[in-house]
Design a protein around this ligand. Structure first.
Ligand code: G3P
Length: 217
């Protein structure tokens, strides 16, 4: 499963990139606003840092304006994935961009029917929001499983990009279900390495090494 980092924080991306844990980056208007940076400037800096797809989201809601904004974002770098909302205008824009060979990430997906429409519009990525469904007591991981089944039934090439990831368990659950990608905040990706028994075991090893006076260099 590929790891995308869900942030516009360039320092956090750089830290994870140095750990080879970044296969791509996803941003959205809220994350760009949180960075306090100009969207074109910060997106360019991220694209220069990361080899994989970088999702940059339009803020227009009408088809014509989405096309204009999407083309402006695509000019930033070849690894841009234009992010459009799962609306009828967004799906129409998706079809136009993908027919022009542009990567498209269709976002704000909350149902299997929405994901089916995105695949038929030729989306490169579909972003179902796991955490936001969990927030309203709907099983977000079940949606990932339903989309996986539908896409496999018909051989759709759209990649399932599990989004709104809230925990390390969400990551392993998405991997078990067979999501192609999961995008998570930096802290969640780092937390995947944590295990109390690893810490306990390491402490015991180090204590025994010290007692025995083990010296390697
Ligand atoms: O980038 C889209 C999505 O991952 C946002 O997640 O945490 O705001 O629900 P969240």
């Amino acid at each position: 499963m590929k790891f995308f980092v869900d942030t516009a924080d360039v320092d956090a991306i750089r830290e994870l990139n140095d750990l080879n844990l970044v296969d791509g980056v996803t941003t959205n208007p809220s994350l760009i606003a949180k960075s306090g940076r100009d969207i074109l400037e910060v997106t360019k800096e991220i694209c220069d840092m990361v080899d994989g797809p970088v999702s940059a989201e339009v803020v227009a809601t009408e088809y014509e304006a989405m096309i204009e904004e999407g083309r402006k974002l695509a000019e930033i770098a070849p690894n841009i994935a234009i992010k459009v909302p799962l609306t009828l205008d967004g799906l129409r824009a998706c079809k136009t961009f993908t027919s022009e060979g542009q990567m498209v990430n269709v976002t704000l997906c909350f149902s299997a029917n929405q994901a089916l429409l995105a695949a038929k519009a030729g989306a490169t990525f579909i972003s179902p929001f796991v955490g936001r469904l969990d927030d309203i007591n709907i099983d977000g991981l079940e949606l990932i499983a339903d989309i996986r089944q539908i896409y496999d039934n018909y051989g759709y090439e759209t990649q399932i990009l599990a989004a709104s990831i809230r925990s390390a368990n969400h990551m392993s659950d998405c991997a078990k279900i067979g999501a192609d990608v999961a995008t998570a905040p930096p802290a969640v990706i780092k937390a995947m390495a944590n295990h109390v028994l690893t810490d306990k075991g390491l402490a015991a090893f180090l204590s025994d090494a010290k007692t025995a006076g083990i010296k390697i260099v």
